[in-house]
Design a protein around this ligand. Structure first.
Ligand code: PRP
Length: 212
């Protein structure tokens, strides 16, 4: 009997796109298309089970083996450095990590720079590379408020369309890294369910080529 393959999808727009790719790649699951409040969906004919997971938690499920595979933004991999295999760049969920601030922002040279972010590790690494002394203010959302209310000088955050920055009179000052969604695998699953894992990987790679 073929082993089941468990796939953690990030709840939200990226997860919907990722499921669209998996469906087109030959891994449909009709139940997920009318989800209600359910979080687990399966297609027994294909032996595939999907979970909707908070995007920043996908790598935790995969690292600990609750899921064999997951779809996750590169930002999460850079921030948490989970012990997983990164199998493919899916070419979706493209955005960038950037430093942004108010339009009249000037770096207060000689003072500690106050930086608000959801990504303290990426932020620490970036400014360490520039030998800039910073104070990290770790927030969980609506980061753009911080410089407007004087909580921080700048933010380090994801910029996708740029709409949130624009509508709050903020602008990008420096780009840190480009981001896109990755297919990740649990280390043991990659070894012991290699056939199933490689089949999903191959189908997704082919699907990515087809839509190019
Ligand atoms: C993310 C990010 C920005 C916004 C960028 O926030 O933190 O706020 O999206 O997208 P844009 O450039 O297309 O406007 P998210 O929607 O995850 O909400 P959050 O503020 O709760 O983190």
């Amino acid at each position: 009997m073929k082993p089941w393959i468990h796939i953690a999808l990030p709840k939200g727009r990226l997860g919907e796109k990722a499921y669209g790719m998996l469906k087109a790649a030959g891994y449909p699951c009709p139940a997920i298309e009318d989800p209600g409040r359910k979080l687990i969906f399966e297609n027994p004919d294909l032996g595939v089970r999907y979970f909707w997971v908070k995007p920043s938690d996908v790598s935790i499920y995969v690292e600990r083996g609750a899921a064999d595979l997951g779809i996750v933004g590169k930002d999460i991999l850079l921030e948490y450095q989970p012990d997983v295999y990164e199998l493919a760049d899916l070419g979706i969920g493209k955005c960038r990590m950037a430093v942004a601030g108010k339009k009249d922002f000037r770096d207060p040279v000689g003072q500690t720079l106050k930086v608000a972010t959801k990504f303290p590790n990426i932020t620490r690494g970036y400014y360490a590379g520039k030998c800039r002394d910073i104070d990290i203010i770790h927030l969980n959302g609506s980061i753009e408020l911080a410089p407007i209310l004087g909580l921080s000088h700048v933010i380090v955050d994801i910029v996708e369309t740029g709409t949130t920055l624009r509508e709050n009179d903020l602008q990008v000052y420096e780009q840190i890294v480009t981001i896109s969604a990755r297919l990740i695998a649990n280390v043991a699953s990659y070894q012991f369910k290699d056939e199933a894992v490689n089949r999903v990987l191959g189908c997704l790679e082919k699907q990515k080529e087809d839509v190019k």
